[in-house]
Design a protein around this ligand. Structure first.
Ligand code: SAM
Length: 222
């Protein structure tokens, strides 16, 4: 694969990633071949990062060499697409559920840049040695304290420059409107990190979810 090749593409209005494990796909995923290269459909109903892009999110700090810390990788659906996007980097996938981790490991067997780790994302000190110096953080854990877990990791890994936080409103507070939960999560992130984050409501694809994104350690805003 050449460096300048696009790892994300659109065909017929659908998103795809350049398959870094040609011949492999998840379940009944659609495959398209173009210019001799194989692309795997990236479904915004199954991946919140794809939903972010499909909703107009333009923050996309990944390169082929990105070192990504992925918190809440589950069975590896989105992580496999991140691996397509950063095949020459590292995608450290932290997952707490053993059954999801077992499936994640199977996906990682086909993606050399993926490193599956069975661990609790609220304890970054326990996986820091494996993760090294990540530049992108992507967190998707549907927990009441997900903002606190996110901040803990950002403050632990000082090499981080680009951040994504998926917020599931109902996991944080089901008694108030999702918009208020999103705004409060964003306020906490901005205050704790001294940033002005951006936010995209992806509820059209994933009910009551938003993605907060920010840049840290540089002077620019997202
Ligand atoms: N990001 C996945 C994707 O797009 O394919 C879906 C993630 S799912 C919504 C949330 C995952 O976070 C679950 O697999 C859950 O086990 C995991 N999780 C919840 N709390 C966690 C924690 N403290 N540490 C690590 N993983 C956690």
């Amino acid at each position: 694969m050449r460096d300048e090749e696009e790892t994300v593409a659109a065909f017929d209005g659908r998103l795809f990633t350049l398959n870094s494990a040609p011949g492999w796909k998840l379940n009944r995923q659609r495959i398209v071949t173009s210019g001799g290269r194989e692309y795997r459909e990236w479904d915004p109903h199954r991946s919140k990062l794809a939903a972010f892009l499909a909703t107009g999110g333009s923050f996309f700090p990944f390169s082929r060499q990105s070192n990504v810390l992925y918190l809440g990788a589950s069975a590896g659906t989105t992580a496999s697409h991140v691996a397509d996007i950063a095949p020459a980097g590292r995608v450290c996938c932290i997952e707490i559920s053993f059954s999801s981790y077992v499936r994640l490991r199977e996906v990682a067997e086909r993606h050399p840049c993926m490193i599956p780790v069975l661990a609790d994302a609220s304890k970054p000190g326990e996986y820091a040695a494996i993760v090294g110096e990540p530049d992108v953080l992507y967190q998707d854990i549907a927990q009441r304290n997900s903002v606190e877990i996110f901040l803990k990791n950002v403050l632990h890994f000082r090499s981080l420059r680009s951040l994504f936080l998926v917020v599931k409103a109902r996991s944080i507070d089901s008694a108030v409107s999702p918009r208020l939960v999103f705004a409060e999560a964003k306020r906490k992130v901005d205050k704790a990190l001294g940033v002005r984050s951006g936010m995209v409501d992806i509820s059209a694809f994933e009910k009551d979810h938003a993605v907060i994104y920010a840049t840290v350690g540089t002077t620019g805003e997202p």
